[in-house]
Design a protein around this ligand. Structure first.
Ligand code: IPM
Ligand code: MG
Length: 412
C-alpha cells in the first residue's frame, strides 16, 4: 500500500486529487525587489495551477547577496543540485549596493553565473513585444512601435562573461585589467542552431549580431552562422554589426524577428529593446540548454531587470516581467501552454483595463483613465482576471482608497 502511494507520488499524483500532476519548482527570490516580484509571480502561477488542475511544489533557496549575508557565499553547495532536480527554476534578481565593493572577493552575481553555467543554460530567450495599451508608456513614437515582436536569443554561458583570464593585475607600470572574449565553435553552433529553429517557428527571419569588423571571436561567429544556415533554407538570415543593430532597434524595431548574439551584446541590446515596451519591468526571460525533463526543457526563468534596490520593499516594483517569466516557465519547462496563455491574457487585460505600476504611468500619457497600483494590488488585478473574477468598479474604488489612483483620473 505504502509502496503504491510512493509510486503514485513519483508519477506526480497527489493523494485525493486523482491524476493531478504536480511539478517541482525551485524559487530563488534573491535581493532587492526580487522577493516582491517572485511573491507576485508565485501567486499568479499558483492561481493558474489551480484553475488548470495541476499542482506546483515549491522549494525556496537563499541565493545571491542574501546568501552572502547568511552563509558567506553567493550560492551554496547543493543548491545547484536542487535546481537540477527540479523541473524548472524561478528567479527574481540578485545584487545591490550592499555587496558592490569592487574589492569584494564574493559578489551576488557570481551565483547567477554559477546557475547559468552549472545548469548549462546556454541560451537566454528574451521576447520583446509591445502591448498596444502601453504604446503611450514608451518614450518612442507610436508608429515606430507598431508590430514590434522581437525574440532576442542571448548566448549565456560563454563570451566575455565566462572567458578567462578575467582579473586585475599589478604591474610595475600600474594596474591592468583583462577580460577575455572566448568562444568555441561548438558553443556558437548550439545557440545559433536554436535561434534558427526558433525563427522557423516564427516569421522565419534571423539576424545574427556581431562585431566582425573588429573581433576575431565575431569572425568565427559569422563563419559558424554561415555553416549552420544551409540546414535552414526556409529561414532568411543576415549578419549585422552590433552598433548598427543598436541604432536599428530604435529606428525600425518591427523589422526584426529573431536576433542571436554574444552574451554581453545580448545583455546590452535587450535592455535597449526593453524600452520599446515602455519599461525594463516588462521583459521576461527563459534560459534553456539541451537538457529535457519529463515535461519539457529544463530551464531558469527570470525577469531581465535587476534588483532595483532604490525601490525595494516599497511595493512599487512592476511584477509583469516576473509574471511573464512564470508564463514562459509553464510553456517551455512544464508543457503548459494553456496556463501560460491564460496568464499572458490576464496581464494584457489588466493593462487594457487601465491598471499600471508606477514605472508605466508616464505623465501625460494617453487620454484614458489610468490607475496606478502597487506590486501587490496590480498582482491582485492579474489574478482576478485569471480567475474570471475581476470586478472593475470595486478595484477602481480600492485603488482610489489606497491613494494610488492617478491624480484627476485621467492619467495626467
Ligand atoms: C541580466 C543582468 C545580469 C547580466 C547581471 C545582473 C549580472 O543584467 O540578466 O541581463 O548581466 O547577465
Ligand atoms: Mg542585463
Amino acid at each position: 500500500m505504502e509502496h503504491d502511494r510512493v509510486a503514485a507520488l513519483r508519477a506526480g499524483e497527489v493523494p485525493g486529487h486523482g491524476r493531478r500532476p504536480t511539478y517541482r519548482l525551485v524559487a530563488i527570490p534573491g535581493d532587492g525587489i526580487g522577493p516582491e516580484v517572485i511573491a507576485a509571480g508565485r501567486r499568479v502561477l499558483d492561481a493558474a495551477a489551480s484553475r488548470f488542475g495541476f499542482g506546483l511544489a515549491w522549494h525556496e533557496l537563499v541565493v545571491g547577496g542574501a546568501a552572502i549575508d547568511a552563509y558567506g557565499v553567493p550560492i551554496r553547495d547543493g543548491d545547484l543540485d536542487a535546481c537540477r532536480e527540479a523541473d524548472a527554476v524561478y528567479l527574481g534578481a540578485v545584487g545591490g549596493p550592499r555587496w558592490d565593493d569592487p574589492n569584494a572577493a564574493v559578489r551576488p552575481e557570481q551565483a547567477l553565473f554559477a546557475l547559468r553555467g552549472g545548469l548549462e543554460l546556454f541560451a537566454n530567450l528574451r521576447p520583446v513585444t509591445v502591448e498596444p495599451a502601453l504604446v503611450d508608456a514608451s518614450t518612442l513614437r507610436p508608429e515606430v512601435l507598431h508590430g514590434v515582436d522581437v525574440l532576442i536569443v542571448r548566448e549565456l554561458t560563454g563570451g566575455l562573461y565566462f572567458g578567462r583570464p578575467s582579473e586585475e593585475r599589478q604591474t610595475p607600470e600600474g594596474r591592468v585589467a583583462v577580460d577575455t572574449l572566448w568562444y568555441t565553435e561548438q558553443e556558437i553552433r548550439r545557440v545559433v542552431r536554436l535561434a534558427f529553429e526558433l525563427a522557423r517557428g516564427r516569421r522565419k527571419r534571423l539576424t545574427s549580431v556581431d562585431k566582425a569588423n573588429v573581433l576575431a571571436s565575431s569572425r568565427l561567429w559569422r563563419k559558424v552562422v554561415d555553416e549552420v544556415a544551409p540546414e535552414f533554407p526556409d529561414v532568411a538570415f543576415e549578419h549585422r554589426l552590433v552598433d548598427a543593430t543598436a541604432m536599428l532597434l530604435i529606428r525600425e524595431p518591427a523589422a526584426f524577428d529573431v536576433v542571436v548574439t554574444e552574451n554581453l551584446f545580448g545583455d546590452i541590446l535587450s535592455d535597449e529593446a526593453a524600452m520599446l515596451t515602455g519599461s525594463l519591468g516588462m521583459l521576461p526571460s527563459a534560459s534553456v540548454g539541451s537538457r529535457r525533463t519529463a515535461h519539457g526543457l529544463h530551464g531558469l526563468y527570470e525577469p531581465i531587470h535587476g534588483s532595483a534596490p532604490g525601490i525595494a520593499g516599497q511595493d512599487r516594483a512592476n511584477p509583469i516581467a516576473a509574471i511573464l517569466s512564470g508564463a514562459m516557465l509553464l510553456r517551455w519547462s512544464l508543457g503548459r501552454g494553456d496556463a501560460a496563455e491564460a496568464i499572458e491574457s490576464a496581464v494584457r487585460a489588466a493593462l487594457r483595463d487601465g491598471f499600471r505600476t508606477p514605472d508605466l504611468a508616464r505623465v501625460g500619457a494617453g487620454e484614458r483613465d489610468l490607475r496606478v497600483l502597487g506590486t501587490r494590488a496590480f498582482t491582485d488585478a492579474v489574478v482576478a482576471r485569471l480567475d474570471g473574477a475581476a470586478d472593475h468598479e470595486k478595484e477602481m474604488a480600492m485603488a482610489s482608497a489606497a491613494g494610488l489612483a492617478a491624480s484627476g483620473g485621467s492619467g495626467r
